[in-house]
Write a protein of this length. Sequence first.
Length: 642
Amino acid sequence: MPDSLTTTAPRRLNPVPHTRVTFHAGFWAERTRVNREVTIPTQFQRLEEEGFIEVLDVDLPPKPLVRPINEYGLSMQMFFDSDFGKWIEAASYSLATHPDPAIEAKIDFLVEKLDHAQLADGYLNSWFIRRDPEKRWTNLRDWHEMYSMGHLVEGAVAYFQATGKRRFLDVMIRCVDHIASRFGREPGKLRGYDAHEEIELALVKLFRATGEPRFLDLARYFIDERGTQDPHFFDEEARIHPGGKPFNFGTYEYSQSHRPVREQDQVVGHAVRAMYLYSAMADLAAEDGDTALKAALDKLWKHLTGRQLYVTGGMGPAVENEGFTRAFDLPNETAYAETCAAVSLVFWAHRMAAIDLDARYADHMELALHNGALSGVSLAGDRYFYENPLESHGQHRRWLWHYCPCCPTNLARLVASLGGYIASHDDENVAIHLYAASTIDFDVAGRALRLTQQTAYPWDGDIRITVGAPEPVPATLWLRIPGWCRKAAVTVNGESADVAGATRKGYCGINRRWEEGDEIRLALDMPVERLRAHPDVGMDADRVALRRGPVVYCVEETDNPAPPQHMRLLGEAAEVRDAPDLLGGVVTLAVPATIDQTADWRDTLYRPEPAETVRGTLTAIPYFAWANREPGAMQVWLRAGR
Ligand SMILES: [Zn+2]
């Protein structure tokens, strides 16, 4: 391939919207179907059953804070509006590709209540309107007001784009204009920002949907202002309004407001907040061509992926701050690894890929998507994990609902819009980030280009892409060569391409006039790999994790002759087995192992002699599919044989 590819590598690519992508029978078609048919409708049912919707009845006296203790529940949360926002967003993405009058009516029902609840000045937060109107905007450190509003803005944008109905969008524009009237650097305004980031990226979405620069200006203000003041804005706020809730975690690292964002170089604090902030920073870097923001994001990215990320794409080991601790602290059984954090890594990575076509971003997007995010929902689509540990003794069970149900709707909105993550383009370039049986309809400088992927990915690395083009389309097609792949081959109409020579930052570029019937074949070698962790990850010393392609595996007790902690992998090849009837259709791995015998230990806890062993076979399943059967032990990191 000519060297000119380097200089023509794109600076900013636009994601192809999910409405232009159709999944064909395969991995993501099944997951998007379950999301649409089960997850989204049952989430609305849960919102009803668990009393969420009544919080919007702002004319009625508020319910007591502590509700009767049920299987999940304790108290009402201040940020329930965010769950309506995320559910409406998920349902809207689904409506855009699969119209459904019943779902649309439910959204309209919620919009009616939100519109009714909104105050005359535009303020909209059902908690404060109903319970404590005097306290609004007095504790941005702990009370999530703009976080909730941001999720409603994202929902409103998605609903407008799906249906063309403006009512909810107009409600949220009034709310955002209210925020702008109260926050900023002008005299008389509060020079503050919300401790839980979210409004920033929502404002960029609102700007892109409406073209109104004032929304981008407000996003820029919130991002630029964060962590700049001495004394700290939250200290001043607490001084002016004493007696609020105790400081939730006690450090400003917790909310990434400890220093200006361009000076941050380590991922710290609450993991979801961090991912939302970095996503917004990437959006702003895209809009403004802000290289200082991009440079900060690169440092943060390096710190996350080099020091703080689980092999599953999960992050944030600690329950205390729902987030990051010291470097290399990646405990397995106690991993918090909130579903929302892996979901929002997908959001951040996707935005990074849009401003810098470097495969390390899509590599991690793919990793989080197929593992640490997807593990957050059951295969049937109606039970959830908040925490995604990498080891269990069977105590972790999926729940029907949660007193803090942020994760289910977050995952639902990601899966409902998944088509929007697989490809991007500009007038001269077309990039494929994720492989999936699908059809993608591009508009390349006004010319239609349809790429149809036929593949069993992620179970198989062979991908056949056929071109549909009513007229020839000159463009460079950038195919991601995944970081996990050591050997890739590409042919175009049967002719081999020089993959090594044509690859720039992990994408193989093929420049030609694409014509109807052109065929590209991509063969990604997908052996079973035994991954080892950096020696500083003490918890994983002398252990290996099994990975094949983008899928990380785990061992569940139910498939095996012994619990995983009794088993040790032998250094022999793994067998890859198609299991169409298991867990909705997966590929399992069978690996020779030794199995510790415990019968002769009786009441002994310690002894000089190691356990007797017998030989056997260990069966591993994809991590995302764990905890869908009877309770039992599970491990991702397995004892390595010699
Ligand atoms: Zn969550």
